[in-house]
Design a protein around this ligand. Sequence first.
Ligand code: PLP
Length: 387
Amino acid sequence: MAGLEEKQLLLIPGPTPVPQSVLRACSRPMINHRGPEYIKMQNELTSGLKEIFQTQGDVLLLTCSGTGGMEAAIVNTLSPGDKVLACVIGSFGQRFVKIARAYGADVEVMEFTWGEAVDPEKLRSRLAQDSRKEIKAVLVQHNETSTGVYNDLKTIGPIVRAHGALSLVDSVSGLIALDCQTDNWQLDVVIAASQKAFMLPPGLAFVSMNERAWESYKKAKMPRFYFDLMEAKTFAEKGQNPFTPALPQIYGLQESLRLLRQEGLQNVFARHQRLADATRAGVKALGLTLFAKDLCASNCITAITAPKELGPDKIRKLLLQKYGLVLAGGQSHLKDSVFRIGHLGYVSDTDILGCMAALGAGLKELGMKVDPGAGVAAAIFAFEKAS
Ligand code: PLP
């Protein structure tokens, strides 16, 4: 049918679907970003973000994607030559390493098997060996989007704090699909981005900085200009941004925070848990193998090892062409073996059921011996169990 080819079910880990009311908010007319209306709005947004980050520290609004937030975290807290310990469980961990190295940090990589989480005890013992306190920061993902694994920040934060290093946390895809108690868990810098569970278009990053992070800022000598967080803080105190903010996304944020507040943070976490449980149940029932270990499987995204005889690209191509279902491919060395279903942000039960139906039908069409309805049935059962 003409026009139907534009209708897609977008289940990638960002950009994620955006609610109509947020899209409408994004299309409001521009205003003066130094005027009273804007100042009132940014002040409200900053306090809303602090609730979401669960912090009394600062949360700064940057006009960039998540990677810009990661870069800001590095360059505002470290100096060239500083020793940094990077916990890597996937390709976004590798990205954090690249950024830190690009600015001259001396990065030690602690890599864990992809598909598994950081082992907090291994981290604890590595930090315990650092009796001269040379390690200035620990880099870690909250949710590693390439493998669909989340890290136990509640345990990791206090381990890093006990050593004295700063924790720089990439929660770009974690917040707010996963609980992130920035202050309670002793996380010094946390980075998030708009196009994930916030249900917004891409273009904004949010970075929290606590007192310890600001202390490090005073000594940090890495070069910075656009991402100078003290500039952002000074302007934020006047309800402004040092540069021209992405007004459409800022309007959208106002609406998405309204929706999230209406739902309640605990319900947002529960919603993501429920979608993740149903997705994993459906995928297993279709005879597919989950890439992440069950214990650390993320509520944001499910990574699936494609049957060897098919490979991920063939499956994704058919699902897109025939069913308008958009799934993500694998990253780095997982490119030819893994595909991923994003279930973060504005995703409904019906979206997951539709995804399972298309996946079941697609696998059957590609010649797999499978009951094509098994994924839908298992997902329905998981939803029933959760309600
Ligand atoms: N970190 C994680 C865990 C991510 O999932 C992503 C994006 O998917 C990024 C960082 C990079 O964010 P961006 O693509 O917005 O720069």
